[in-house]
Design a protein around this ligand. Structure first.
Ligand code: C2E
Ligand code: MG
Ligand code: MG
Length: 703
């Protein structure tokens, strides 16, 4: 094996890895035989004196064939090589990249180092050359370039936005086509941007932290919002890793646009938490929000209110005008209710005509009642649907946290109970749940079960309230008012059990008992010589619409041999207007008999004047609600005055109910009211008391 001299010379200046000369020579042989290296020596005439190494193969000549050859001849076609040899012979030492032009390896590149070898006089005697075939590296590089190109192809065509950014500053260095398409920026614009620019400023710190943590691998993908060129936002999931860009370490970032996916998810969410007809939250969302509000109210020691709103007789609208009109009406009501509430309040539709409202940060219970009243006001405004003017009323029940309960379900149930109580009270009102109310619901049940035996067990009693003629101050009649003396519940007022009796139909029998009892009593008074001019009896709606009403009244009067003029009958305004033609016919028959007819609770229903004019009635009774607030509410005073004026113009007499103060009396007297009844003169009295009173011979009842 031949080794050029310089090897020996080099070994003393550059330490060999091993101390054992034998093993370092073996290493060297191994390298020379297998690495793409060629070693050669040339004398100062240009004759090759030695050559060795696996790197010689591309020259197409063995070391033996090379030995003795003149480089001037061998490389006459490679002026670059000859020039290098000349420079070396002149004393230079340098590294140069050359390309061989002939032989099997023509075109291959070598990195060469030529070193001049001098004698003791300093003259160049020979050259030692080491040539490293770098074509194989260039192959690798070419492959690298190729895979780089493939990578570029992938980067450009992957259908999801990708960026390469500066490692720590996140200036964008490269961007793919999908990013251009998705964001609407041009490539130039992107290359002048920082990746953070895509994020809203409040996200900068967080996204920066995420990117800085990105390692060689693509990390976990996280959801963000990105701003597009047109200012709109997209939802994007970002994952980042590290890569090389132009030989520098850089961040590679990939985004997945999830806008559509999230939109679909949000839509599905919307549908599962909202009522489709009205767009309001549904029960599930309501309970959710209530739960959150309850937690907050507990923390801040605040009250909150749950309101249950139910429309009155909504079923009628659906049945008579059709479901399409019913649906439209629900939409109108929904938006009126939403508009009437604060933004923080929640209104949900639970289905049908049931709405639930959440009012948080409640300062006082009265505020919840005011909201309830406001809601009733806005829903009762007339609304025109398909050319018809509709008017709906509603009833509101209220439960208060923490008084009435601390769980969503409890509060909702109690608001419902309160609402039902409101319905019993004649609808169109606001009812607070109170501790006693579940007792009332229980009472309702007890009443329903025991009411049918009230007559046979003699539990019904009548009280009588005197009616005063304003002009003379005398009693002109009494109104019979029923009470139920319940063995367990005590005296139950009519407003509690009459609606139950109405619901169950028992009112017809009860009503007949009242009528007979009143007639019997009046006859008895006649016999002992105390006689108010008239006895007034209230007729319930169902009783008034019973088929044999007239014949029963006739029978009752005959039975007691009573002049029909002694009987007064009262029907409420609402009952009268239910079926105006029927009302007119029945009233005509009764009036023809000589019975005194009054419209009770006037002002609380909706009267049609044209009908009112046609009813053969004798008097209107102003509802006591207007009398009660006569001095506090100017509207009530105006209504009372208007009713009196209306009655006069229709040639009717006017009664005022519930007169309990001297001021009310004075006001109504001046306004022209004919008759009054109320605690100012006398409360409803038991039979014995009223008999004693009537026989006392008192001339004037005006205090
Ligand atoms: P109504 O016919 O309007 O009776 C007047 C109500 O006002 C009575 O209540 C009476 O006690 C009450 N009242 C009278 N003066 C005053 C006053 O100065 N202040 C106050 N706060 N209240 C006063 P009651 O007896 O509880 O009857 C309530 C309603 O129940 C009646 O209203 C009537 O609609 C119904 N009702 C009473 N008895 C009968 C009956 O025999 N048959 C039918 N169908 N309904 C009846
Ligand atoms: Mg009455
Ligand atoms: Mg009344």
């Amino acid at each position: 094996m031949w080794y050029p001299d310089f090897m020996g010379k080099q070994t003393h200046s550059t330490p060999v890895p091993s101390q054992n000369p034998q093993s370092s020579r073996e290493h060297l042989e191994l390298v020379i035989d297998h690495a793409p290296i060629a070693l050669f020596s040339i004398d100062n005439q240009g004759i090759i004196t030695g050559a060795e190494g696996a790197g010689l193969a591309p020259l197409g000549m063995t070391p033996e064939e090379l030995k003795g050859q003149s480089v001037w001849k061998l490389y006459e076609h490679s002026p670059q090589i000859l020039e290098n040899i000349r420079r070396t012979l002149a004393g230079e030492s340098f590294v140069e990249k050359v390309q061989i032009k002939h032989g099997p390896g023509a075109g291959q590149h070598y990195l060469t180092r030529y070193t001049p070898q001098r004698n003791q006089h300093g003259e160049v005697e020979s050259i030692v050359g080491v040539a490293l075939n770098i074509s194989s590296f260039q192959e690798v590089k070419k492959e690298l370039t190729q895979s780089n190109q493939q990578y570029q192809l992938l980067f450009d065509n992957i259908p999801t936005p990708m960026w390469i950014c500066e490692l720590n500053s996140f200036s964008i260095l490269a961007v793919n086509q999908s990013a251009l398409d998705t964001y609407g920026y041009t490539r130039e614009e992107f290359l002048n941007m920082n990746f953070l620019d895509l994020h809203p400023q409040e996200d900068w710190a967080l996204i920066e932290e995420q990117l800085l943590q990105a390692t060689d691998q693509f990390g976990k993908s996280l959801p963000w919002k990105h701003r597009r060129e047109d200012g709109s936002f997209i939802d994007i999931e970002i994952t980042a890793g590290s890569t090389k860009h132009n030989l520098q370490r850089a961040r590679i970032i990939m985004g997945i646009d999830t806008t559509e996916q999230l939109r679909a998810q949000r839509k599905a969410w919307y549908h599962s938490y909202h009522d489709i007809l009205t767009g309001l939250p549904n029960r599930t969302l309501f309970v959710d929000r209530l739960q959150i509000a309850l937690a907050r109210a507990t923390r801040h020691e605040e009250q909150l209110a749950v309101l249950f709103l139910d429309l009155d007789r909504f079923k009628n609208i659906n049945d008579t005008l059709g479901h399409a009109v019913g649906d439209d009406l629900l939409r109108v009501i929904s938006s009126r209710v939403s508009d009437a509430l604060r933004e923080d309040d929640t209104v949900a539709r639970l289905g049908g005509d049931d709405f639930m409202i959440l009012i948080s940060e409640l300062e006082q219970v009265e505020d919840a009642v005011s909201v309830g009243e406001k809601l009733l006001e806005v829903i009762s405004e007339p609304c025109t649907l398909e050319g018809r003017e509709l008017r709906v009323t509603g009833t509101v029940g209220i439960a208060i946290f923490p008084n009435d309960g601390i769980e969503p379900e409890t509060l909702m149930k109690k608001a419902d109970t309160a609402m039902n109580r409101g319905k019993e009270q004649g609808r169109g009102n606001v009812q607070l749940y109170t501790l006693g109310m579940n007792v009332r619901a229980f009472e309702h049940l007890v009443m329903e079960n025991s009411l049918h035996r009230a007559i046979e067990k003699d539990q019904l009693i009548l009280h009588y309230q005197p009616q005063i003629e304003v002009q003379s101050g005398r009693i002109i009649g009494v109104e019979a008012l029923v009470r139920w003396a319940h063995p367990e519940l005590g005296i139950i007022p009519p407003l509690k059990f009459i609606p139950v009796a109405e619901e169950t139909g028992q009112i017809v029998l009860i009503g007949e008992w009242i009528l007979r009892e009143a007639c019997k009593r009046f006859r008895a008074w006649q016999k002992i010589g105390i006689q108010p001019r008239r006895i007034g009896v209230n007729l319930s709606a169902r009783q008034f619409h019973a088929s044999n009403l007239v014949s029963r009244i006739v029978h009752c009067l005959d039975e007691n041999r009573l002049d029909p003029k002694c009987l007064g009958l009262e029907i409420t305004e609402t009952t009268a207007m239910q079926d105006a033609d029927y009302t007119r016919n029945i009233l005509r028959e009764l009036a023809d008999m000589g019975i005194h007819l009054s419209i009770d609770d006037f002002g609380t229903g909706y009267s049609s004047l044209s009908y009112l004019k046609k009813f053969p009635i004798h008097s209107l009774k102003i509802d006591q609600s207007f009398v009660r607030d006569l001095h506090n509410d100017p509207n009530d005073a105006a209504i009372a005055t208007a009713i009196i004026a209306l009655a006069k113009s229709l040639d009717l007499k006017v009664f005022a109910e519930g007169v309990s103060t001297a001021e009310q009396f004075e006001y109504l007297k001046i306004a022209g009211c004919n008759f009054m009844q109320g605690n100012l003169f006398s409360e409803p009295l038991s039979t014995e008391t009223v008999e004693a009173l009537l026989s006392s011979g008192k001339k004037s009842w005006i205090p």
